[in-house]
Design a protein around this ligand. Sequence first.
Ligand code: FES
Length: 594
Amino acid sequence: MVTLTINQKKITCDEDLTILEAAKENHILIPHFCYLEGVHQIGSCRICVVEVEGARTLQPSCMVKVRDGMVVHTNSEKVKKARKLLYELMLSDHPHDCLSCPRNQNCEFQKLGELIQIDEFRFEGERSKTFIDDSSPSIVRDTSKCILCRRCVTVCNQIQGVGVLNAQHRGFKTVIGAADELPLNSVNCAFCGQCTTVCPVGALQEKDAISEVWKALFDKNKRVVIQTAPAIRAALGEEFGYPPGTLVTGKMVTALREIGFDDIFDTNFAADLTIIEEGNELLQRVKAAFSGGKAVLPMITSCSPGWIKYIEHAFPEEVDHLSTCKSPHMMMGALVKSYYAEKIGVDPKDIFVVSVMPCTAKKFEITRPEMVNNGCPNVDAVLTTRELARMIKDAGIDFTELKDSSFDNPLGMSTGAADIFAATGGVMEAALRTVYEIITGKELPFEQLHVKPIVGLSQIKTAEITIEDPLPEYDFLKGVTLKVAVTSGLSGAKQLMDQVAQGKSPYHFIEVMGCPGGCISGGGQPRPTNNNIRKKRLEAIYREDEGKELRKSHENPFIAEIYEKFLKEPLGHKSHELLHTKYTKRGVYNEYLK
Ligand code: FES
């Protein structure tokens, strides 16, 4: 521990802290900009400068560690002048079109200007050459808005390990983007959108689908069906001033009804269906492996489209490890345009399916040629949580005053197992709840059904479950220890995939989510997202699960009904046609490989 003085206040703190962190711990706010909690190593903006007695120059408080006896001034005349000048220089190369910017009122640069009290544009000079890259279906880059903070570079390289975004060129010509200024669609970007969650301005945004959805809603000939992913209900409230971790399921459904959607379904229903299909696929592979046959193990989950794009680029030879199940919202789209269309007597071509997803990669996923049945795309548009909030505001709905209402049936009913799809480890736990019961006829032997070792935010989590007493038809599994691993974030996935590629993976089943923490902190979720917010959203998801009467996917009565009346059996002919898919081997330039 060290003792130092900040603005005449004596404070004692851990010697590993930076001045910025020590000040924050003691409720002294130092304006900062490029700083990114937990991973910051760059110090590019210098907005956080402070005066340290004895130092010749002003010091970046986000980079300089505290020292015993240090005396720091965060608001001296010198500091204030420097901070203002630095801000004005950034502003001199930034467009002044806040009113038409999607980040208006939600822009960290704008907020900082208010804090520093900028009331004029003092410097007008040469502007950098800029361009808009809207080549990808998921993310739009507008380099005119970029203030070179490099947070996206940190996330793309250090957290996700994808390494697409980097600083290109030098000095005034610096631009953040892919090598050779290639558009995002021509490189190995996973479209996870984590860069869009940390971008403080409007330089990196999800591709807007709002106008397309309004157009469908205004079309009298369209039946517009919407579904919402499990993670939305635990985060949407933040856009309306609720504290992180507030569940707004009922208000969200009412808002969708007031906007004018014809049917409001829950992606959770399809998450339950995924467990039945994926669980049976796992059993089929395990059965083959343990009865002398051939099987590709470990099997790896396929719900996260950012992860799927990543493996197609980084480990194209290993795509057979992926479950063939489509992700839950694609399954839902396929069912709406087949089973439900038939039930209500509407031509699938007149149905427009919208998915509200916590994820920007889902916007890419719906464009995949495999996601089409009978000439109709399974899903027509994807809105992120942030976009849905904008739509609700645009519709003049007073969200906080809404009464709760429920999803429509039959595709709106779900179990607690489906809720936890939103959290890292959730798909695995949900699958184990069902698979273990199929094999043994007994409930998973864990308190509250939670497989504790795989719950939480650690990067890689593992668990083992020994099958002691299987039902007679699964006798070949007697004494077998099933080994599972869970990871979220693409750098964790790389570690597990290196083992798989070398043939050294000890696991039978692996869950991978492309974003750190899983869908609760996906690339389309409200900003900001940090570990504290992740924990709160996670707790909300587990509360939702524990509050449900039915907590295992195979207990969902509407799932039983859909098999009886339509799909007939898991992994059957209809399931394969509608609910399963295949993958594409890709090179680093997004080219198809053989
Ligand atoms: Fe410290 Fe940018 S916040 S240098």
